[in-house]
Structure formats: structure tokens, C-alpha cells
Design a protein around this ligand. Structure first.
Ligand SMILES: NC(=O)C1=CN([C@@H]2O[C@H](COP(=O)(O)OP(=O)(O)OC[C@H]3O[C@@H](n4cnc5c(N)ncnc54)[C@H](O)[C@@H]3O)[C@@H](O)[C@H]2O)C=CC1
Ligand SMILES: O=C(O)C(=O)CO
Length: 322
């Protein structure tokens, strides 16, 4: 009997490939740090029974409609905004992702970003490297206090909640805005639900943790930044598309807000001449929220399991739900 064919869009460690090879024929884009070209993905999808993909692969309606044998798309991520979910559903193709396993790691990074932006850590590092550290000065590199400040979380899901828990360790006042209220979370961590405007107007730190959807596209626009306190810091480790980057640039430049910590950008990767990087009050990272060794292994293993489950006719553990 012929084995099902799995295409992997990125070079993966041997043990992950071997796990799949026990039951499948495996094709793989052999580069770890370069995404598969769209034409290669399109061609592979014409014969694949399963796709192992990442956040940077555009799995769109056109290539889904040509994928005659495709039964399951498993992405090594929790966010699935790169996949046309409706087109897949119309053809009964399952989509699996990796929720939960990366929440704590992504929350660690989000809080690191918050702390780095608040206490101006990248600027401090630059001062030393540039040999600009002079005598102690009373108001040199003064930043914002984190303890007892108000942390406003937009999108109180798995990661939002993990970020909020970290905030309680710093005695922060936690407010949140979400599609629905979370009474259990409110009780457990003492977070308070507020309307979006109140969150923007009163928070010292505004942190976006929603998925990227039509509804959240440019949710943080000029109007939203203007509502924020001019001492506030904006943190984004969700998706770049939730933010109008032009509006963010203006808000930071005009002093409407104090700073920003960004792990994600609208068009990734950004280059060194990206406008936001010209501002000293921007702390930028290259989308590494879930990038701990441990977590990335778990994500890869989970994704391989989803493929095997889907191809065996079992229900994959984590199908996307809309
Ligand atoms: N920077 C990074 O490396 C990573 C980024 N992410 C991003 O984080 C996102 C969130 O992940 P999880 O917490 O696991 O998802 P989740 O589904 O558990 O949480 C998302 C929350 O946002 C809320 N939400 C959705 N639309 C909203 C809206 N318009 N207004 C207010 N709230 C809204 C939902 O009700 C939900 O509570 C992912 O979709 C992904 O884009 C995830 C992992 C790593
Ligand atoms: O899981 C995701 O959605 C990411 O952005 C990478 O972990």
C-alpha cells in the first residue's frame, strides 16, 4: 500500500522527520531559515495528503483549491491567520495548531519586552557599547515604574492570562478587554473587565494579545493611540497587523505615548531601515515570542502528532476553532 505524502515547509530536526517517516512519505523544504517559495508550496500541495507548515507560509484559497488529496494542514503555531480557514473548511480539510504549549513562553517574552521598554534597557546597552556612559546623573535614562502600574490587556485568552499572572507578581493593577468576560480569570487573578476606551485611557501599559482577524486589523490606530496616556507604553506580541504602524510611529514621535515594545510587525521580516527602528523609544524583537528550545520542540512534536492523527482518520488533538 502506498504511504500518504506529507510536505514540510521548513527543515525540521531528524527525530521529527523520522516520526512522520514511520507512516508517511515525507518531502521537505531543506532550509531552516528561509521560507518555501510560493510556487514550490503550490506545486507540493497538488500531491500532498498533509501539510506541516509555519506562520510564514501563505496557505491561500488558490493553493487549497488545487490540493486534491489534502486532508490536514498542521501549523507549528497557535496563530493561523496565514491559512484560509474558510477555503479549507469548504473542502473538508482539517486545520490543527498548537495552543497552550507556548502560552507561558510567549508570556515570558511579552513581559520581558514590557520590562525592557519600561526601563529603557536597549538604550542602556547602547550607551555602554558606544562609550557614552558618563558620571551618574539624577535623571539619566529614567523610565517608567512597572510595580503598581496599571496593565491593560486586550485579548484575555491563554497568553493574555499568562501575561496578567506575571503582572500580579509585580503588584500591578490588571484590567482587560476581551470579546467576552472571563469571570474565572477575574476571580483568580483579580483582573477587572473594562470597555476598550477605558483600558486605553487609563492603562500605563497596553498589551495586545488578540489573534489577527478582520475585526482586529489595525485595531490600534491613530484614534486608539491618542486615547492612551502620554506616559503609557504599548506592547504587541500578537500579530503586526493589529497595529497601524504609521499611526504608532506618529504617536511615538509626537510624544502621544512614551514607548513601544514590539515582537511582531505587519510585514515580517522588517529591514534595518524600518521607520519604527529609527525611534529610540522602540524596543523591537524578531518575532521570538515562543522561541525557547523546549517550547519549539514541543510545538514541532505536537504538529507531527496532529498530522499522524489526521492521516490515520483520528481527530487531531487541537483543531482550530473559529
Ligand atoms: N509573538 C509570538 O511569537 C506569538 C504570538 N502569538 C499570537 O497571540 C495570539 C493569541 O494567542 P492565544 O492567547 O493562544 O489565543 P486565545 O484564542 O487563547 O486568546 C485570544 C483572545 O483574544 C480575544 N479576542 C479576539 N478578538 C478580539 C477582539 N476583537 N477584541 C477583544 N478581544 C478579542 C478572544 O476572545 C480570546 O480571549 C495568537 O493568535 C497569535 O497571533 C501566539 C504565540 C506566539
Ligand atoms: O504560534 C504563533 O502564533 C507564533 O506566532 C509563533 O509561535
Amino acid at each position: 500500500m502506498t504511504k500518504p505524502y506529507v510536505y514540510m515547509t521548513r527543515k525540521m530536526p531528524a527525530s521529527i522527520v523520522e516520526k512522520l517517516e514511520a507512516e508517511c512519505d515525507v518531502g521537505m523544504w531543506e532550509k531552516e531559515e528561509e521560507p518555501v517559495p510560493e510556487e514550490v508550496l503550490e506545486k507540493e500541495l497538488q500531491t500532498a495528503d498533509a501539510l506541516f507548515c509555519t506562520i510564514s507560509d501563505p496557505v491561500n484559497k488558490e493553493n487549497i483549491n488545487q490540493a486534491e488529496n489534502l486532508k490536514i494542514i498542521a501549523t507549528m503555531a497557535v496563530g493561523f491567520n496565514n491559512i484560509d480557514v474558510e477555503a479549507a473548511a469548504a473542502r473538508n480539510i482539517q486545520i490543527a495548531h498548537t495552543p497552550g504549549v507556548l502560552s507561558e513562553t510567549t508570556a515570558d517574552l511579552t513581559f520581558a519586552l514590557l520590562m525592557a521598554a519600561a526601563r529603557r534597557i536597549p538604550e542602556g546597552i547602547e550607551v555602554i557599547k558606544n562609550n557614552e556612559w558618563g558620571a551618574w546623573a539624577p535623571f539619566f535614562l529614567t523610565g517608567q515604574d512597572i510595580h503598581q502600574a496599571r496593565l491593560g490587556i486586550i485579548g484575555m485568552g491563554r497568553i493574555g492570562e499568562a501575561v496578567a499572572k506575571r503582572g500580579t507578581g509585580f503588584d500591578m493593577d490588571i484590567v482587560y478587554h476581551n470579546r467576552s468576560r472571563k469571570p474565572e480569570t477575574e476571580k483568580e487573578i483579580g483582573a477587572r473587565y473594562v470597555e476598550l476606551d477605558e483600558l486605553l485611557e487609563t492603562s500605563d501599559f497596553v498589551c495586545v494579545m488578540t489573534p489577527y482577524t478582520n475585526e482586529t486589523h489595525h485595531m490600534m490606530n491613530r484614534e486608539a493611540f491618542q486615547k492612551m496616556k502620554n506616559t503609557a507604553i504599548f506592547i504587541n506580541s500578537s500579530r503586526g497587523g493589529t497595529v497601524d504602524e504609521e499611526a504608532l510611529f506618529e504617536a511615538l514621535k509626537n510624544g502621544d505615548i512614551r514607548g513601544a515594545g514590539l515582537d511582531v510587525f505587519e510585514n515580517e521580516p522588517i529591514s534595518a531601515d524600518h521607520r519604527l527602528l529609527s525611534l529610540p523609544n522602540v524596543t523591537a524583537l524578531p518575532h521570538i515570542g515562543s522561541a525557547s528550545e523546549n517550547t519549539r520542540w514541543k510545538m514541532a512534536e505536537m504538529t507531527a502528532n496532529h498530522i499522524l492523527q489526521g492521516l490515520r482518520g483520528e481527530k487531531p488533538d487541537h483543531l482550530v476553532s473559529l
